[in-house]
Write a protein that binds this ligand. Structure first.
Ligand code: MN
Ligand code: MN
Length: 462
């Protein structure tokens, strides 16, 4: 009987709860996530993430990258791409034609953007019109406190930053929903249309400009407030970038405080874990390249998304500085595409295939492929690199698991992996399992967050 059990243990593969497998990280993960919750609470937009990460990088000896300058092993630099994306790098002892180590997360999250001309009044209530960004279930964004974050440029070339709805003394904003008593027609709508795109209107005021009998006096009162506070006029909305996001700080979830709940964990959880690993990297053999990309949620488009050339240009510039072949540098580089995965949610178990799902508290997810339908749009990582990364994680005793994004033909999605792979760079996805992904309040396990940090650390310092 004993022989059979031994045989079974030897031949089968099962992933344990981290609390049993590696109890020594229970306390460390709690501590690690205190700083993580702060990061998540102050970085609600890609711009806020860029400025926060630059501040942290400077405090850790990073200087602004200059393509004309010569850098030596151990130097730490940052490249700010248009205030919406960022690269941190620690120069290795080997030249970059030996390959670099890339960790690529994204710092944009699903949200509601203000339209270019957002402000209007209807029945003496003033509103901002929004255009949703990324994959959101719009109904989740109604009747919940919202904050407004952004930047406005003015005619004289100066700019002002807006951040309202986070401080406990701030007002917040809200999208209304219809009361159930009158929802007979709304109840017949399909889920995607419970709140329609043109119904995502944010209430910003309801008092008229005092004492004056003018047309649209409530809209005017809102403009007067904005002018007094920010020095802006209605025209300035056209040179602004303003995002509506859920209000409030990240919190512990559960009596045991085992989970973090908060907005934007896709993908700032991978941004933070790879950031800490990058900041701690000292004198690596291979140059590290830690990317914080923008526009992943809408297809990695534009100059700050990873379909653009800025990462490739950065590596090629390093190769030119070292007088080595830039194509060889790309070919020999390897990348962890640092993005979250869909944790199995027992309440909605039907959407997943249990044998190939990832679970909370079982570690970082190593995802061979993403995509949808017949793997459409994926970077399907080869067996060789899977073997290399599994070997690395096992050798460093990092808790990891595998996971597919839901069951076949249930939907799907992609990451930046394919765009990096298309630069001739071997790439695989690795990140944190998330429950309620893309919602205003996403959940992640602290043990998984800490394990993912350990994974990035092992990779960058390899
Ligand atoms: Mn993501
Ligand atoms: Mn996403």
């Amino acid at each position: 009987m004993k022989d059979v059990k031994d045989l079974q243990k030897k031949l089968t593969f099962e992933i344990e709860h981290i609390a049993n497998k590696k109890p020594d990280i229970m306390e460390k993960s709690q501590e690690f996530c205190e700083e993580y919750k702060n990061f998540l609470s102050v970085c609600k937009t890609e711009r806020e993430a860029v400025s926060t990460i630059i501040e942290m990088a400077k405090a850790n000896g990073y200087t602004e990258y200059c393509s004309e300058k010569k850098y030596k092993a151990g130097d730490k630099v940052y490249l700010n791409n248009r205030n919406r994306a960022l690269i941190l790098s620690t120069i290795g002892t080997l030249t970059v034609d030996n390959g670099t180590r890339i960790a690529a997360s994204h710092i944009d999250s699903p949200r509601l953007d203000l339209k270019p001309n957002p402000l209007y009044e209807k029945n003496e209530i003033s509103y901002f019109k929004t255009h949703y960004y990324g994959g959101v279930k719009r109904y989740q964004w109604g009747v919940t406190p919202l904050a407004i974050h952004g930047i406005v440029y003015k005619e004289d070339g100066s700019f002002v930053e807006i951040n309202v709805g986070e401080d406990e003394n701030d007002p917040v904003f809200c999208i209304s929903d219809l009361l159930p008593h009158l929802a007979k027609d709304q109840r017949e709508r399909k889920m995607a249309d419970v709140l329609k795109g043109e119904e995502m209107n944010v209430i910003v005021g309801s008092l008229p400009y005092e004492g004056e009998n003018v047309k649209e006096a409530v809209k005017l009162a809102t403009l007067v407030y904005l002018n007094e506070k920010y020095g802006m006029t209605e025209k300035d909305f056209l040179r602004a970038e303003i995002e509506v996001v859920p209000s409030g700080r990240a919190r512990d979830i559960g009596f045991d405080r085992s989970l973090v709940g908060g907005y934007g964990q896709d993908d700032r959880v991978c941004a933070y874990t790879s950031l800490v690993a990058e900041l701690e990297t000292k004198n690596p053999t291979k140059t590290t390249i830690t990317i914080f990309a923008d526009k992943e949620e809408i297809g990695s488009t534009g100059a700050t998304g990873l379909q653009a050339d800025y990462m490739k240009n950065f590596i090629c510039n390093l190769a030119m500085m070292q007088n080595v072949n830039m194509f060889t540098a790309l070919q020999n580089s390897t990348c962890l595409s640092a993005d979250v995965g869909a944790a199995y949610d027992p309440t909605f178990g039907d959407a997943y295939e249990p044998n190939n799902s990832c679970y909370v508290n079982k570690g970082a997810i190593l995802t061979k492929y993403t995509g949808s339908a017949g793997k459409g749009g994926t970077n399907d990582c080869g067996a060789e690199f899977m073997a290399e990364i599994i070997g690395l994680l096992d050798s460093k005793n990092v808790c990891w698991q595998t996971g597919e994004l839901g069951k076949v033909d249930q939907g799907g999605g992609g990451t930046v992996a394919r765009f990096i792979a298309e630069c001739d760079i071997t790439t695989v996805d690795l990140g944190v399992p998330i429950i309620s992904m893309h919602s205003p309040f996403e959940l992640a396990s602290k043990l998984d967050i800490y394990s993912t940090y350990e994974a990035f650390s092992a990779f960058l310092n390899r």
